[in-house]
Each structure stands twice: as structure tokens, then as C-alpha cells.
Design a protein around this ligand. Structure first.
Ligand code: GUN
Length: 283
């Protein structure tokens, strides 16, 4: 079997075109340009690259973006003050603080400072709570992108056994929740799981987000599974995912590549959230 590759790049391109049209219509009707502010503390190369991707996507979708670059020694108090100013700036609709932050800054405290209405990452406790309750909210971008990619296969999620490897606040936990809302039966595996392969071999849908290059090998994948690789690892100066891609291609029915898989979809969902934030603000 040779799996079908779900190209996040292609899907993101299509979705961004649609967002661009809706943004233009919104601007025409309201004279308001959706505006995302991204804060980058320090110069972690991966973060610099992600932030550049977010700015490019704003350009592509006709939205305004502002990048606030802060030195690595910025204090927690200074960062909080900047966020509070952005919270009360009516020309700003979305605020995103690129993670990870330097160790001397408490990430959750920073996330909690961002106004819930501008939390386009969907990371604040209120947004997380609303997501769990299935209320209107900003869905976290990577999990929302993962669900869109699974839906792109045309295969019904309801009733399927979805296995998620990883339990981070950004991906593992929320993607499990969204899969549950789609009526999958969900297993969450993590570093303390015993006999991981026993679980992964039962997965009709396997979502991998652990940050270990090529960790999931061919023998761990159920034949015909949908494999979504959220990992982005740099090995010998090349990007690769958490899944052995070539092995997965042989056994799965659908696989996402790295790069060009989940990454572009995450950013596209951020654009969707920023437009939604601007709309809520103006209605
Ligand atoms: N770092 C890695 N992924 C993300 C994300 O989705 N949002 C933010 N703010 N930081 C990240």
C-alpha cells in the first residue's frame, strides 16, 4: 500500500484564498483591517521562522500584522505591561506571544494576561474551558488544523479509534478533546504509557506530537490508518517529523508530510481566528 499524502501546504493555500476573500469583504463593509500582533522574546531560530510564517500569512490574507521583537532579557513585568497596552488598543484584534518564552518568564502568567477576546491562540483558561464545553471560542490552531486535515480525507471521524501520542497543553490535550467532540473513541498516550505499540496498532487515526524525530515506525502503525504528524524536528539541518515518513507511506492510508503538513494549517487557523476576533470586536 502507498498512502495518500495530505498536503497541508495545498489545503492551507486553498483556505487562505477563501479567508482573503472574506477579509476583503469585511474591510469593505466595516473599514476595519483585522490586525494581529505577534510578540517574540529572544531569537530562538525555530520561533523566528514560525513568526515569519505568521506574518507572511497575514500578508496573503490581506490582514495587518505587527511584530514586536523583544530582547531575551525582557522581564516578566515588562512583557505584561506591553500585553496590557495591547489589550486596551482598539486597533489590535489578536495578540500572540510566541512560545517557548525564556525560562525566567512564567508562560501561563503571560497567557493569562492576554485578553480572552484577543487570545487568537486559544490558550487562555477561559478559551480552553469553552472549547471543552463546546461553546463558541477560539479553537487552538494546531488541533483545529489537525481536525481539518483529517476531514479532508473524507473519512468519517465518528466511531473511529483515535490515538494521540503526547499530552501537551498546546497539542496533545486539546486535539484529544476535539477528536472526542467529533465522536471518536480517544486514547491519549504519553511518556509513562506502558506498551505504546499495543495502543498505536489499534489506531484508525494516529496523531503524533511528542517532539522525537522518526519515533513512530512502520511496525507501530495499523494498516490503513490515517497518520497525522505534528512533530517538527531538525536533524542534520533537515526538518523531519515524529513519524518515520517513508515507513508510514508503506502501511498507512493517509499521511501528513513534514514540512508542508500540519505547520501551514496551524498558521491558517490563526488567520481564521484573527478574522473572527476582528468580526466579534466590530459587531
Ligand atoms: N510555539 C509553537 N507553537 C505555537 C503556537 O501555536 N502558538 C504560540 N504562541 N507559540 C507556539
Amino acid at each position: 500500500m502507498s498512502a495518500i499524502v495530505i498536503s497541508g501546504k495545498e489545503l492551507a493555500k486553498r483556505l487562505r484564498e477563501d479567508i482573503r476573500i472574506r477579509v476583503s469583504k469585511f474591510i469593505e463593509e466595516t473599514n476595519v483591517v483585522p490586525h494581529l500582533v505577534v510578540i517574540l522574546v529572544g531569537d530562538n531560530p525555530a520561533s523566528v521562522s514560525y513568526v515569519a510564517g505568521k506574518q507572511k500569512a497575514c500578508e496573503e490574507t490581506n490582514m495587518k500584522s505587527t511584530l514586536i521583537k523583544l530582547p531575551v532579557e525582557t522581564t516578566e513585568e515588562e512583557l505584561i505591561k506591553i500585553i496590557e497596552e495591547l489589550n486596551s488598543d482598539h486597533t489590535v484584534h489578536g495578540i500572540l506571544v510566541q512560545l517557548p518564552l525564556p525560562k525566567h518568564i512564567d508562560e501561563q502568567k503571560i497567557i493569562n494576561t492576554i485578553s480572552v477576546e484577543k487570545d487568537v491562540d486559544g490558550f487562555s483558561p477561559v478559551n480552553v474551558g469553552k472549547m471543552v464545553l463546546n461553546e463558541e471560542c477560539f479553537l487552538p490552531c494546531t488541533p483545529a488544523g489537525v481536525i481539518k486535515m483529517i476531514k479532508e480525507t473524507g473519512i468519517e471521524i465518528a466511531g473511529k479509534h483515535a490515538v494521540v501520542i503526547g499530552r501537551s497543553n498546546i497539542v496533545g490535550k486539546p486535539v484529544s478533546q476535539l477528536l472526542l467532540q467529533e465522536n471518536a473513541t480517544v486514547t491519549i498516550c504519553h511518556s509513562r504509557t506502558i506498551d505504546l505499540k499495543h495502543h498505536t496498532l489499534q489506531a484508525d487515526i494516529l496523531v503524533v506530537a511528542i517532539g522525537k524525530p522518526k519515533f513512530v515506525t512502520r511496525d507501530m502503525i495499523k494498516p490503513g490508518a490515517i497518520v497525522i504528524d505534528v512533530g517538527v524536528n531538525r536533524v542534520d539541518n533537515k526538518l523531519c517529523g515524529d513519524v518515520d515518513y517513508d515507513g508510514a507511506l508503506e502501511v498507512a492510508s493517509y499521511v501528513t508530510p513534514v514540512p508542508g503538513g500540519v505547520g501551514p494549517m496551524t498558521i491558517t487557523m490563526l488567520m481564521e481566528n484573527t478574522l473572527a476576533a476582528a468580526k466579534r470586536f466590530t459587531r
